[in-house]
Design a protein around this ligand. Sequence first.
Ligand SMILES: NC(=O)c1ccc[n+]([C@@H]2O[C@H](COP(=O)([O-])OP(=O)(O)OC[C@H]3O[C@@H](n4cnc5c(N)ncnc54)[C@H](O)[C@@H]3O)[C@@H](O)[C@H]2O)c1
Length: 467
Amino acid sequence: MSDRYTQFANSPLGRMLIKNLGLPAPLNLDRFQAGEPVINGAVLLGAAPGAVLTAGIARTLKNIQAEVHSYAQDQVVKTAKEAGLGVKVWNPEVDTEQKFKALVFDASGITRSDDLVQVYHFFHPVMRKLVESSRIIILGLPPEACTTPRQATAQRALEGFTRSLGKEVKKGGAAQLVYVAQDADKQAESTLRFFLSPRSAYVSAQVVRISASNTEAALDWNKPLAGKVALVTGASRGIGEAIAKTLARDGAHVVGLDIPALSDDLRVVTSMIGGSALALDITAGDAPAKIADYLKSNHGGVDIIVHNAGVTRDKTLANMTQQQWDMVMNINLCSEERINDELLAQNVIRENGRVICVSSISGIAGNMGQSNYGMSKAGVIGMVQSMAPLLYAKNITINAVAPGFIETAMTAAIPFAIREAGRRMNSMSQGGLPIDVAETIAWYASPASAGVNGNIVRVCGQSLIGA
Ligand SMILES: NC(=O)c1ccc[n+]([C@@H]2O[C@H](COP(=O)([O-])OP(=O)(O)OC[C@H]3O[C@@H](n4cnc5c(N)ncnc54)[C@H](O)[C@@H]3O)[C@@H](O)[C@H]2O)c1
């Protein structure tokens, strides 16, 4: 649905009025267009002394043909050169006109809190040099894997810095923290590409952990899902429709699933993308077996499962019927567990497979009138976190997105005042679009994301709810 305030805020009159009245100023966010480079603008690269991730970052920046600058930091220039990346040295006092689209800082060398000032030295001179929809990425080591409490403390501190910068960056910019485990730097490329590009338009202030993986995927970054089969539940409309179209855009054959009552709408979507339609209710007792049989007999298995189907039945607990409780729990959580169990038991999910779930910020923060929904979506997070180590052993990953306010039929039904609050109470002052959730899912789905496992990433423009 249309957000008229954002349209007005981007008109000449709107811009003037909003500035004078000090109102929220949502910007038209950059979003990915086919054929565009990963990043359109200069990148400033820096590192703390002793950093261990810079070579991997430099390889990615070289692969995406980024224009890279650094301060006169010998270590960064040398490491970049060894990785085949040319770097221009930038002196902020001399070249005052230079602007940046992205800032990337390798903080992995920081082993004690006194050295966190390195972060200040890198970011302070450049914060006024950012263009619209800019990207800030800080890379560090997972605190839980650090060898001393001092090192773990310093690395953990990066989280508060990143989340604060997300609130300061404005003009549609975003800041992320990526913790890269030992021996996992080769796995970080898909994540760096995602966070540098406009594909992550509505994702900000997230902390992602990359783990080591033996899976090395040589792939065409323009069609990363070529030859893959993806099942998307709730695919006939809203976020599910965007997920189906995005995975098909990336090369997958999509099996769209929705309830029989919406099979006509579902077929419209799947025929547009050359996919196939499977009409069934995921809560039916025989649904898991039917899904497994369908995927085995038609495709010999499945590579990607996106558990997107979900409903709300909002009531305060005192007013909630058990039917409302059961329906939400069954669709949003219990049926996903049953489907996963069946697909795993029958070995339907192929090697380097992906299980991707759609949670909600309501599952993180809770929401008035959503005890059933918040419980189901928190359960989804529990399912991801508990299954991740088990699936890792089978070379399968499981992750979740937690959307905030996304412009769909679900949010259009919210009363006006609550809807406006949901839309504006985030660092981008606007709701996200279904494509923003879909792009995040496409990043998880990529064969190059084998090191991204057990993560919960909010697609919420850094919503204040549950912040
Ligand atoms: N829209 C938002 O702002 C938002 C925010 C957070 C999370 N989410 C989650 O995103 C997902 C998609 O939401 P949406 O806004 O696109 O909603 P939507 O209502 O537009 O779409 C949900 C789809 O799931 C299908 N579905 C429902 N029950 C089913 C069942 N038993 N079997 C098969 N399919 C079933 C519906 O028919 C529908 O096509 C949901 O899990 C929702 O909880 C949405």
